[in-house]
Design a binder for this molecule. Structure first.
Ligand code: COA
Length: 162
């Protein structure tokens, strides 16, 4: 079940984000301690609460049997900022559902395009979900980021709205 995140989720959601980065994004950080330290530095429960409190960003979690399995986020300006799945449920369809939820949220907010910066790890996933490259790779230290975008289809629910 995907739902809006609440403050009580902070510790469990941050745990998912951190283990997803550490265990799944090896082709990005290449087990470089300095890169991992930089990437994980702001992935704290305190910051999660700040993200939740931000009027500019909406955070979602996937909860199964009381466990948080994935975390997603999108901004009011049409950018997908978070899309992390727990390693134990990788390739079981959760990120596809999370991405569809985030895209639905953006469509409902009046956006006709979603943008994001992909990891190396998730790039193929986003291509398969209809995203295209939207600029040259950007580097945050040694970490590559791939700007991508997708035109969003208007659903019957949003047709007629501006
Ligand atoms: C790649 C990743 C995002 C996919 O999420 P998931 O929940 O495991 O995947 P899902 O089951 O929802 O989707 C499976 C799809 O991933 C793609 N995929 C399959 N194998 C893949 C692989 N080795 N690498 C990347 N994508 C793959 C396919 O498109 C597949 O679709 P299909 O089953 O229709 O063929 C996830 O496993 C991952 O590695 N996350 C790490 C965190 C991250 O980089 N997040 C993105 C931040 S921008």
């Amino acid at each position: 079940m995907i739902r809006m995140a609440i403050p009580d989720d902070a510790d469990r959601a941050i745990h998912v984000i951190r283990e997803s980065i550490q265990e799944l994004c090896v082709s990005d950080h290449q087990e470089n301690d300095e890169v991992l330290r930089m990437w994980l530095e702001n992935k704290t429960a305190e910051n999660f609460l700040l993200w939740l409190a931000s009027a500019n960003q909406s955070i979602f979690v996937d909860e199964q049997d009381g466990k948080i399995c994935a975390v997603g986020g999108a901004t009011n300006s049409g950018e997908i900022t978070l899309n992390y799945v727990a390693p134990s449920i990788r390739f079981q369809g959760v990120s596809k559902i999370m991405l569809a939820t985030l895209e639905g949220f953006l469509t409902d907010s009046g956006h006709n395009q979603a943008t994001l910066t992909s990891t190396e790890t998730a790039r193929r996933f986003y291509y398969m979900q209809g995203y295209v490259d939207a600029g040259a790779p950007e580097f945050w230290g040694k970490l590559p980021g791939y700007p991508m975008a997708k035109l969003l289809k208007r659903t019957p629910r949003t047709q007629g709205q501006q």
